[in-house]
Design a protein around this ligand. Structure first.
Ligand code: G3P
Ligand code: CA
Length: 268
């Protein structure tokens, strides 16, 4: 199984569940991973940040306010930054009610809990290191959790794990710490800068809004000193028309809150 279609091939784009199947369950929670599994989606994207006492947790925003009841539980701790709360404090929060009452009591998972849940479903991880500038050293800590959970020793590691970030420095650090881990840079750097990115990234993952056929072809056609083709996965595509358009651009993968909708539109 390839983690993305071989550049230039006619294979279907890979479909990745963004923050889990977050169109149907609260983002970045265990139920969102479960929902992806239920839909038959192997790849799950998540966002990783760090608590005050050094635990890695799965959450998108740098604040807990939007996706938990932190304002109720800890009034007066505004602006409720993840980095200002301990893991024990975060474990008390409800990360499901904001999405729908049926998910009341859902917790913010630790990275460890999240990867264990993926393991149970035999799913694969698209891990984003979020806001790394707030968390010096998070790259090594992330790799340590993955190593402790046995993820770095897995056969076909590059077909089961991608670590990505908006921060080129963070992606480079991951690559330097563990060259065997597949990496992605989130964004759309100018084509002239691809030689720099190809030194540490295997993927260039632009927003759907910045996608064009020419850009996708230029990235996929780029050959660096090691002649390793760069892959292109795009985000966040939630309707059939956009999915077909992205597939028409030749992307290797599509990251979606509604991965079933994308799969039904383009296969994969
Ligand atoms: O996978 C890329 C995508 O997740 C980046 O955007 O804001 O949803 O983390 P965001
Ligand atoms: Ca993300």
């Amino acid at each position: 199984l390839s983690p993305a279609r071989a550049t230039g091939s006619d294979a279907l784009p890979l479909v990745v569940a963004h923050r889990g199947a977050s169109g149907y369950a609260p983002e970045n929670t265990l139920p969102a991973a479960d929902k992806a599994a239920e839909l038959g989606v192997d790849w799950v994207e998540n966002d990783v940040q760090r608590t005050r006492d050094g635990e890695l947790v799965v959450l998108h925003d740098d604040s807990l306010a939007r996706t938990t009841n932190v304002e109720e539980v800890f009034p007066g701790r505004s602006p409720w930054k993840v980095k200002d709360f301990t893991a024990a404090e975060i474990a008390r929060l409800d990360a499901g009610s904001w999405f729908a009452p049926a998910f009341a009591g859902t917790r913010v998972p630790t990275l460890e809990q999240f990867v264990r849940r993926l393991e149970r479903h035999d799913q694969k991880l698209f891990l984003e290191i979020k806001n790394p500038q707030l968390y010096p050293g998070i790259e090594g800590e992330t790799l340590k959790v993955l190593a402790n959970e046995g993820w770095l020793d897995r056969a076909h590691l590059r077909d089961r794990l991608v670590v990505q970030s908006f921060s080129a420095d963070s992606v480079r650090t991951v690559h330097e710490l563990k060259p065997g881990v597949k990496t992605g840079f989130i964004g759309a750097p100018p084509v002239k800068d691809l030689p720099v990115y190809a030194d540490f990234a295997d993927q260039i993952n632009p927003s759907y809004t910045s996608l064009s056929t020419g850009y996708v072809a230029a990235v996929q056609g780029f050959r660096g000193p090691h002649s390793k083709p760069l892959e292109v996965l795009t985000w966040t595509v939630d309707n059939a028309a956009a999915a077909r358009r992205a597939a028409g651009f030749g992307v290797d993968g599509i990251i979606s809150n509604k991965p079933d909708v994308v799969r039904d539109a383009v296969g994969g």
